[in-house]
Design a protein. Structure first.
Length: 256
């Protein structure tokens, strides 16, 4: 495994000849040197550059538009207004923000998220994939379990996810599952600090098999002995900033 930072000559560009980078939500495309629309392996790519409105475009060429849930802050959960909003970004013009409360009260019906639906490209994803994003949590991850991008719910309905997990002392983690119930995860080796941007990328390689997580371009941790394929009989939609069923709302910013 190459532990050098992402570049056009190392890391992702090398692995892309062998892996299928199935979900890219971040700068990996630029680092690969490939424009979004020309990468046949890409199934989701969100730049969050609209800056207004209640949808965000998928630049993979597959048209999986993300729709904001509760963009105007009309839903109040546990006394706190939850909403999705646009704000300025250091990586371009705009990014998306998620405001609200943490804890189990932030349900999918009352929290905030971006719904990217469940088209066949997402529903049938069983092999290799890459998940990545720039994120800025507004609370210490140790205090708030939240999902960055997820196709998961509770036991029997679980899928892949990139997340912050309070039970792991605030580490970031990627999870996959072969049976939709029992997950295997690769956490970062350190907690994720609040109010600081960090780039997270996770690579699932069923040929090893392995699950590797990167922080700011460097390999941070890898786990082998993971499933050689992923569960695909889950009807969950793909959410950015939460999971189906809620209770895991992002509080902070996400960008590409």
């Amino acid at each position: 495994m190459n532990t050098s930072p992402y570049s056009r000559k190392t890391s992702y560009s090398t692995r892309s000849t062998r892996l299928r980078p199935a979900w890219l939500m971040s700068l990996a495309l630029a680092l690969l040197g490939l424009p979004a629309a020309s990468n046949a392996d890409l199934i989701g790519y969100y730049t969050f550059e609209e800056g207004s409105g209640t949808t965000t475009a998928d630049h993979s060429g597959n048209g999986n538009t993300g729709n904001f849930y509760n963009p105007n802050g009309t839903a109040v959960v546990n006394g706190t207004t939850n909403y999705v909003f646009w704000t300025n970004s250091p990586f371009g013009n705009y990014c998306v923000g998620f405001a609200g409360n943490s804890g189990s009260g932030n349900s999918g019906s009352g929290g905030s998220f971006i719904n990217c639906s469940n088209p066949p490209l997402y529903a049938n994803l069983s092999g290799a994939m890459t998940l990545c994003a720039w994120v800025l949590p507004r609370q210490p991850a140790s205090a708030n379990s939240c999902r960055i991008v997820s196709k998961a719910d509770g036991s029997g309905k679980r899928g892949w996810t990139l997340e912050f997990e309070s039970s792991l002392n605030g580490e970031a983690e990627c999870q996959v599952t072969a049976d939709c119930s029992n997950t295997v995860g690769t956490p970062t080796t350190m907690p994720i600090a609040a109010n600081q941007w960090i780039h997270l990328a996770a690579v699932y390689d069923p040929t090893v098999p392995s699950l590797t997580i990167y922080t700011n371009g460097y390999m941070n941790n890898t786990v082998t002995g993971v499933p050689t394929s992923q569960c695909t009989n889950v009807a969950n939609n793909v959410y950015i900033g939460n999971r189906v069923g809620g209770g895991t709302a992002m509080i902070g910013l996400i960008d590409d």
